[in-house]
Structures are given as C-alpha cells and as structure tokens.
Write a protein that binds this ligand. Structure first.
Ligand code: SF4
Length: 628
C-alpha cells in the first residue's frame, strides 16, 4: 500500500491529472504482481491507510514529502462517495431505539428490532443495532468512518430518524440529543492511552459504554437478535400481534432494557452545556433534523424542538387526499397537514416532507394531481420532499390487499412516468432529496427494487424536455425550462466562477407567510447557494397563539452554500468561501426592511451561532436576531 501511495504522490507531484480510471489502472498493476491468494488492494483501503500512516507512522509520511496542495489532490482522488459531503455538510444519520408509534399505517414496516417504519437491513439501522441504539456510539462510529473515507467533518448535519419523535418520552429526547452533542465534543478531546497511541475521549468513552451495555445483558450479535425476536416477529407478521404490543412484550418487561432506559435521561441544563461546548468544537452541529408526524405538531412541541436545537423537521405527509389517508389508516385531513406545515414554517423550521405514490387507493392520475397540488398550493409548498413509491414489505397490513388484488405496484414504465411528471411539476425552491427508501431488495416483496430509479426518472424527464423544446409544443411549454428542483441543479463538487453567478429571487405565497427564495445561479441555472426568507403575515398572529416571534420580525429559515466541504478553519476555493452566504443575508435584510419588518431572526444551529454573530446577529432564547 505504501508503494502505491508513493507512486500516486509522485505522479501528482509531476503535474499529472489522475482520474478515477487512472487510479484503477495503478491498483490493477499492483494487484497483478500479488500472489493469487494474497488480499487485493482496493480504492476504499487507500485513504484510511494514508490517514493512519500520517497519524501513526510520521516518519513514513514525512518521506512522501506531501505539501498541503498535494494532500488536497490526493484526498480528492482517494475519496469514496464524494457526493456525501458535496452539499456543504457531512451528514450523520442516527436511529432511536425501538418504540411504540401512535400511528398504524398499513404500509409501514413492523420490524420489532427497529423503531416503527425502519428495517434492520437499512444501513443506518445496521449501524444503530451494532451500537445498541446509543446516540453517542452511533455518532462516534459514523464520524470515524466518514473521516476514513476522506470527508471533512467539521460541519455536521445530524439526522435523527425513527418512528414518531414526539411519541418518545421527553427525558429520552433530551438525553438522546445531549449524547449526540457530547459525542461530537469528545471526538476532538485527547485521552491518555496505555499503548502510547493517540486516541480521543470519544473512543475511550465508547469502549466503556459498550462494556456497560454488555454488562447490562444486551447483545449486538445479529444472529442472537434474530433468534431472540423471531417468535414475536412471526406473530406480528401473521397478524396475531400489533407492532406496539410486540414492543411492549420484548422490551418493557426486559431487565436489560429497563436498566438502560432508567439511565437514558438528561436535563435541559446537561443539554445546554454540551450545546455551548459544541460552539467551539472541531465537529460542529450546523443542522439538526428530527422526524415526526404532522398531526402531532403544536406550538408547545415546536418550542421544545427548538430548545433541543432542531432546525429542520421531517414529516410524513404521504398524500393530501383524505380518502387515501383513510384507506391507509393515517387519519388526517388536508387542513391538518396545511396547519402543520404552516406552523412549522412560522417557527422558522425547514420542512422536509415524505410523499408517497402508489398508495392503496391511488391511481397514476390521482398521484399526479395530488403531487401537483402539494408543490404548488399556498397551503403546502414544502422545502424538501422524499418522494417514494409505496413498496410491499413483509408483515404489513398491505400484504392482505396485495393478495386479494386490491393493491398492485405500478409497473416500471408507469412509475417512472408518474415520477417524471412530479419532478417536472416541482418548482425551483423545492428540493427532492430522495426517490427510494433504503430498503434492501430482499425486504421488498413487490414494488420498485431499482436503486437507480432517480437516474431513470431524470433521464426520461430530460428527454421529455428536449422533445417539448424541439416541438415548441404549447401544452408542454411549462417544462421547456427543464428540471427546476434544487437537488438536480446543485453544483455538487464542481468549482464555480463567482463572477458568472447571478442572484435571483423567487417570491411565493403560503397561508401565513410571504416567502422569498434567493438563489445564486450559474449561467446554466446550476445552484451555488440559496436562502429561504419568511415574512409572517398579520393573519398568522390571529390564527395561532404562542408564536415565538412578533409580527414585525422576519425569519431566515435556511442559508445553504454549496461546494465541496472545506474546513471551517481554512480558506478554500469552493463557493462556501466566497462570501455568497453573506451577500444572501444582506439581500434578505433589504427585502425584509423594504416590507416594513423591524427585525430579522435566523433559526441558527449551535455550530453556526458564531457565524451569525459575525453577521451582526445577537443571541436570543430560540433564535438569533438582527435589528434592521
Ligand atoms: S406514523 Fe410513521 S412510523 Fe408510525 S405507523 Fe405511520 S408511517 Fe409508520
């Protein structure tokens, strides 16, 4: 491995621009020289090897004579899955422990080893199970993996998934979030070690925690867990037991789980201490996402979420049609959904919604109509959408409908066409973040199994746009501008020419706010950064009690500047370091001021507070604020 790194470094030093294919060729050449039974070199092992050598064998590393520029090139070449941090932040997804859910949706997985709606084979779930669902352990192990893959991890978005967040006890919620912050804070603190190797406080604490969980009687052995839960899982799958009853049977009377549950509590003071420490930590939380159900949203709950540090809410909307909701056992009306989105926006949160096509009772036409209303009517218009096709998972109530023929998955052609229409109907201020769930193919009994569904949909959508442009067809006029949704237009890992960017404003109306989406775009309409500004309407203060802001206060709900993640502490050439964020904020101030607002709030995260202070904002209880 040492020889391979030395060869790559030499070639980069000589000015060669190595591509992924060149790297593969180098690896193949070296693999050919190996004995047939020797373990082969692979790309994914190179970066961890390089970083380990730098940390633990400084004399070997020094012999490579690597300058900071050369190291940047090397890491870019060896990095696995660069898109993971291309949106400007490194993401860590964590899963809460198995828990009852107050919903009972017929398509929702019932894996008793997981919180409702998740399956043990999903990557984040496997990680959670290996870490006893402990937030500290999940963060510590994910952070290590991201670093080994070469991602810069000083700006972290934490995504907390699992069932319905508001169904968990408050003390568990506070403990869970406190431990997330603690893990990031400890990751950068050194701790003495017996063998003289450098180690972090997080590694030391993680070892102790694992030991404690084992002592309590928990295991993370997959076969052991399957054996311990298979009888209950079978009864759930056969419809003899509900998921909630199974959770009570498996965990509520279990001594080990009772012991750990008793320890899973923290106070708000504990949390605030870790949050304060995180402001200066190396791994700062720049976004905290929590998943809940729209019908559980109220002003008191949103205030609590804000105190936890949440900046974005994921909500399962799934459909706007009350008939579909009833058939799928998700009792909610259009008014419930509109109110949830409205309140969430007034609190400054970004809204990340889940929307499903092909639910029981839906047809391709009702799906198209439903989605179009969702992305265009003033009552809805979410910021982000996970747009999934419904898939049949073993043990769900939907199986009976599949068997009696009342539900069928769309064939691929139909599904792709529905999604193409949805993508083309999505406005430029909305981001479609995903098009598939992370279910593995063997968990899907019927429905889409293609992991590249998004690529298929985007390719077909592009064809449709080209076709419409060439025919100048009137009916298709609305799509000739191409795909507008944000994710498709993100500059990703590309560098941008700042001089070529233009600042555009897209205004739109919701029930309670005037919204302004400010975006920096390239001549090709790629997006280099954006800001979401909300100006609350006076009616909002008549409609809702206990809003956290006054009628003369505007709100920045999101600022996002793209470009490969560069360290908070280093200057860089990406879009993040060219003052794009600052000019977006200044433009937001001008708009708010010109509409008569006296103050501007920002829903900052713990790790971005210092940045906003530098932009003239002062700390408040739930938001930072600047006088206009
Ligand atoms: S509310 Fe969410 S987690 Fe609960 S049953 Fe419905 S889909 Fe599943």
């Amino acid at each position: 491995m040492e020889t391979i790194i030395a060869e790559i470094v030499e070639r980069l030093r000589s000015g060669e621009e190595l591509s992924a294919k060149d790297l593969l060729r180098i690896l193949n050449d070296h693999n050919r020289e190996l004995q047939s039974n020797a373990r082969h070199y692979s790309k994914k092992k190179l970066l961890p090897f390089y970083l380990r050598t730098k940390e633990r064998a400084p004399e070997i590393w020094a012999a490579w004579n690597i300058t900071p520029e050369l190291e940047q090139q090397l890491i870019a070449l060896l990095q696995v899955k660069p898109r993971r941090s291309a949106s400007g932040v490194a993401t860590i997804t964590v899963i809460t422990k198995p828990w009852k859910c107050s919903g009972a949706c017929i398509y929702c997985p019932n894996d008793v080893r997981m919180p409702k709606s998740y399956l043990a084979d999903e990557p984040a779930c496997q990680r959670a199970e290996r870490n006893y669902f402990d937030p500290y352990l999940q963060v510590t192990s994910r952070l290590r993996a991201l670093n080994q893959m070469g991602h810069v991890t000083d700006k972290i978005e934490l995504i907390v998934l699992g069932g319905t967040w508001s169904d968990y006890p408050r003390e568990y919620q506070v403990w869970f979030i406190t431990e997330l912050f603690r893990a990031l804070n400890d990751a950068d603190s050194g701790a003495p070690s017996a063998d003289g190797q450098p180690q972090s406080l997080a590694d030391v604490n993680a070892r102790e925690r694992r030991h404690w969980y084992k002592k309590c009687g928990l295991t993370y052995d997959r076969d052991g867990l399957i054996a311990a839960t298979e009888d209950v899982q079978r009864r759930v799958d056969d419809g003899e037991l509900t998921y909630n009853d199974a959770i009570a049977e498996l965990y509520e009377g279990n001594d080990a789980w009772c012991t750990i549950t008793a320890a899973q509590r923290a106070t708000m003071e504990d949390l605030e201490r870790e949050q304060a420490a995180n402001e200066q930590a190396k791994h700062r939380v720049v976004g905290l996402v929590v998943e809940t159900r729209p019908t559980t949203i109220n002003t008191e709950g949103l205030t609590h979420l804000r105190r936890l540090g949440a900046t974005k809410l994921q909500m399962g909307i799934q459909s706007l049609d009350p008939r579909i909701h009833e058939l799928n056992k998700r009792p909610s009306t259009r008014e419930d959904l509109a109110r949830a989105l409205d309140l969430t926006r007034l609190f400054g949160f970004k809204t990340h919604t889940h929307f499903m096509v092909n639910l029981l009772g839906a047809t391709p036409d009702t799906d198209r109509e439903d989605f179009r209303a969702f992305v265009s009517e003033t009552a809805f218009q979410p910021d982000e959408i996970k747009l999934y096709p419904c898939a049949l998972v073993k043990g769900t109530e939907l199986c009976a409908h599949y068997e009696d023929g009342t539900w069928q998955p769309y064939d691929e052609e139909t599904l792709v066409n529905v999604l193409v229409d949805d993508v083309l109907a999505t406005p430029g201020f909305t981001r479609i973040s995903r098009m598939i769930r992370d279910f593995s193919a063997h968990d899907i009994m019927a429905g889409n199994k293609k992991v590249n569904l998004r690529q298929l949909v985007e390719a077909r959508a592009e064809e449709r746009v080209q076709d419409a442009s060439s025919k100048a067809c009137e009916i298709e006029e609305s799509i000739t501008g191409g795909i507008q949704e944000i994710r498709h237009r993100e500059i990703s890992t590309q560098d941008v020419e700042v001089g070529e960017l233009r600042l555009e404003t897209i205004p739109y109306e919701t029930i309670s706010t005037h919204e302004f989406f400010l975006q920096w775009v390239t001549p090709e309409n790629k997006i280099a950064g954006f800001l979401r500004l909300s100006l609350p309407k006076p009616e909002a203060f008549e409609a809702y009690d206990n809003l956290p802001v006054s009628a003369d206060e505007a709100m920045i709900r999101e600022v996002h500047v793209y470009g490969r993640v560069s360290s908070l502490h280093q200057s860089g050439s990406s879009a993040q370091h060219r003052g794009l964020g600052k000019s977006l904020i200044e433009r937001a101030c001008e708009i708010a001021r010109s509409h008569g607002y006296k103050k501007l709030n920002v829903i900052s995260s713990v790790g971005t507070r210092a940045y906003y202070r530098a932009q003239g904002f002062t700390d408040g209880a739930l938001y930072q604020q600047r006088t206009l």
